[in-house]
Design a protein around this ligand. Structure first.
Ligand code: PMP
Length: 416
C-alpha cells in the first residue's frame, strides 16, 4: 500500500511503494519487521551517540513526565530539569560563563544563533552588521537561515531569494574568508558559521590549521565565530562541543542531536559572555525569539540521563580511540577498485567515495547503498558519490569488523 508519510529528502515517487520500516533497536543494531538486523552505521542521523535501548533515558523521561510532563520557559517560567541541564552544559562549554538557549533541534538553533548575532550588533549600535558567511559544502539545517546560508547548493535551489546577505567562502582556504570580509566590509558582517567537520557535505575534516586560522580572522575583524556542532558535539569529535580538540573558543556554538542521543528532539545555542552580556546586563533588552518547546522538562530529563551515560562510560574519549579503527576499517573498504577516496580519522565518522567510472548515472550510488543495507549495514549517500558512516560511540571492535565486511560485500555485490 502506498504510504501517506512524506519522507524528508526523499524522492517519493520511488519511496512510496516500499519504505524501509524500522521496527525496533538495541545497542548499535536496528531490526526490520521480519526481525532481520542491521548495524546502525549512521547512528540514525548522526545522533544516537550512546546507542539504542538505554532504559536509563526511558526511565528518566517517564519519571519526569509523571511529575511535570511539560511546561514552557518563556518570561520568568522555569523548571528544574531545564535549569540543571543549562548549568551542566554551561560548565562543559569552551567559553566564558556560557548561557544556554534551548530549541527543538539543529535548524532552530541555527536560526536562533543568526538572529542573536544580528541583534547583538544592532544593540551594540552597528545595525549594518547583518551579513552572514558560511563555507561551501556546509549544511546548517533546513529552516530559514539554514537554507539561506547553505553551502550545499541543491538545498537552496528553487526556494527563491531566502537570505540576501549571505556569502559562501571556500571550504579549506582561510584567506578566502579574509578576502570576503574585506570585500563586503567588516562593518557589514555579523557572523561566520562553520561546522568543525562538515557532515552532510560528505564527512570532510578541516585542513590542518584551517579552523584555528578562521577563528583568528574572526577575532581580528570582530566577526562573530559560530561553530555549528550539531553533529560534532557530545563525543562525535571526541569532546563535548566538537571544537575543543582544536582549542577553539567560539562566540556561539549550536548543538542538537547527541545532546539527547536523539531519544527526544532537543537543540540549543551556547552563548559566550561577549554576546550574552549585551542582553543579560542591560534591563529592557529582551531577545524577542523563542520556540514553544524551549526548555521542555521531559526533553531536558532525557538529555541529563544521556549526559550521565556519556560521562560515566567516557564515550567522548572512547570515540577518540575508535576513530582510528573506523578509519582503518574504511581504508580496508577502500582497497576495492571502485573506491577512489577514503575520508575519516577526525572523529567517529567517515566516508568512502566511489569513482566516477563506477557511477555511470545518479541511481547507481543509491543501488550500492541498498546493497550494503541488504548485507546488514545502514549507510548514507552524501555528496552524490560517497557512502558515509557515523556509528554509535559504543561500537566495538567486532562490530567495526562487521561494518567493514558488510560494506565491502555490499559494494562488491552491487557493482559486479
Ligand atoms: N547543522 C548541522 C551541522 C547539521 O548536521 C544539521 C542536521 N543534520 C543541522 C544543523 C540541522 O539540524 P535539524 O535537522 O535538527 O534541524
Amino acid at each position: 500500500m502506498e504510504t501517506k508519510l512524506w519522507h524528508p529528502f526523499a524522492n517519493m515517487a520511488e519511496v512510496k511503494e516500499h519504505p524501509f520500516v524500522v521496527d525496533r533497536a538495541e545497542g548499535v543494531w536496528v531490526y526490520d519487521r521480519d526481525g532481520k538486523r542491521y548495524l546502525d552505521g549512521t547512528a540514525g542521523l548522526w545522533y544516537c551517540n550512546v546507542g539504542h535501548g538505554r532504559s536509563e533515558i526511558v526511565e528518566a523521561v517517564a519519571g519526569q513526565m509523571r511529575k511535570l510532563d511539560t511546561y514552557f520557559t518563556f518570561h520568568d517560567y522555569s523548571n528544574e530539569p531545564a535549569e540543571r541541564l543549562a548549568a551542566r552544559l554551561s560548565a562543559l562549554a569552551p567559553m566564558d560563563d556560557a548561557k544556554i538557549f534551548f530549541t527543538s533541534g539543529g535548524g532552530e538553533s541555527i536560526d536562533t544563533a543568526a538572529k542573536l548575532a544580528r541583534l547583538y550588533w544592532a544593540r551594540r549600535g552597528e545595525p549594518e552588521r547583518v551579513h552572514i558567511l558560511s563555507r561551501r559544502g556546509s549544511y546548517h539545517g533546513t529552516n530559514g537561515f539554514g537554507t539561506g546560508i547553505a553551502g550545499i547548493e541543491a538545498n537552496r535551489d528553487g526556494f527563491g531569494p531566502v537570505l540576501a546577505d549571505a556569502t559562501r567562502v571556500d571550504r579549506d582556504d582561510p584567506e578566502d574568508l579574509r578576502a570576503a570580509i574585506e570585500r563586503i566590509g567588516a562593518g557589514k558582517v555579523a557572523a561566520f558559521f562553520a561546522e568543525p567537520v562538515q557532515g552532510a557535505g560528505g564527512a570532510w575534516a578541516p585542513r590542518p590549521g584551517y579552523l584555528e586560522a578562521v577563528a583568528d580572522i574572526c577575532a581580528e575583524t570582530g566577526v562573530l565565530f559560530v561553530a555549528d556542532s550539531v553533529i560534532g558535539g557530545f563525543g562525535r569529535l571526541g569532546d563535548w562541543f566538537g571544537v575543543e580538540r582544536w582549542g577553539l573558543r567560539p562566540d556561539l556554538i549550536t548543538f542538537a542531536k547527541g545532546v539527547t542521543s536523539g531519544y527526544l528532539p532537543l537543540g540549543g545555542v551556547a552563548v559566550s559572555a561577549r554576546v550574552a552580556d549585551v542582553f543579560w546586563q542591560a534591563p529592557g533588552h529582551a531577545f524577542p525569539h523563542g520556540p514553544t518547546y524551549s526548555g521542555h522538562p521531559s526533553v531536558a530529563a532525557a538529555a541529563l540521563a544521556n549526559l550521565d551515560i556519556l560521562e560515566r562510560e567516557e564515550l567522548p574519549a572512547r570515540s577518540r580511540q575508535m576513530e582510528k579503527l573506523l578509519h582503518e576499517a574504511l581504508l580496508a573498504v577502500g582497497e576495492h577498485a571502485a573506491v577512489t577516496e577514503v575520508r575519516g580519522g577526525t572523529g567517529l565518522l567517515g566516508a568512502v567515495r566511489l569513482a566516477p567510472e563506477a557511477l555511470p548515472d545518479k541511481s547507481v550510488i543509491h543501488r550500492v547503498a541498498r546493497s550494503v543495507r541488504e548485507h546488514g549495514l545502514i549507510v548514507r549517500v552524501l555528496g552524490g558519490d560517497s557512502l558515509v558512516v557515523s556509528p554509535p560511540l559504543t561500537i566495538t571492535d567486532e562490530e567495526l569488523d562487521f561494518l567493514r565486511a558488510s560494506m565491502t560485500a555490499g559494494i562488491e555485490a552491487a557493482l559486479s
